[in-house]
Each structure stands twice: as structure tokens, then as C-alpha cells.
Design a protein around this ligand. Structure first.
Ligand SMILES: [Zn+2]
Length: 54
């Protein structure tokens, strides 16, 4: 699983947070990443992996 916000690899069992969007569950390294994703999921899903910034 890849955290769509920061690009970190996270395991489903150990992820700090999870959020379902459009029928797909996304996992996050932290609640902060989940909160960012919740506010603008399409932005993070459209982002090129090489264009991620911390
Ligand atoms: Zn993250």
C-alpha cells in the first residue's frame, strides 16, 4: 500500500489511518496525511508519484 499523500509505503495492518474514497480504501502513515487526503482526494490521486512534495 502506498500513502497517496506522502508516497510512503504503509502496511494495511500497521497503517495509522485508513479512508475509503470512491469504493477504494486508502491507507496512510499518519492521521495528518489522511486529513489532507480527505480535504482534497482528487488532488492527491491525480498527482504524479514523481511530483510529490513533503
Ligand atoms: Zn503519509
Amino acid at each position: 500500500m502506498i500513502d497517496p499523500v506522502c508516497g510512503m509505503t504503509v502496511e494495511a495492518e500497521t497503517a495509522a489511518a485508513a479512508w475509503e474514497h470512491a469504493g477504494i480504501v486508502y491507507y496512510f502513515c499518519s492521521v495528518g496525511c489522511m486529513e489532507q487526503f480527505r480535504q482534497d482526494p482528487d488532488h492527491y490521486l491525480a498527482m504524479d508519484p514523481g511530483d510529490r512534495r513533503m
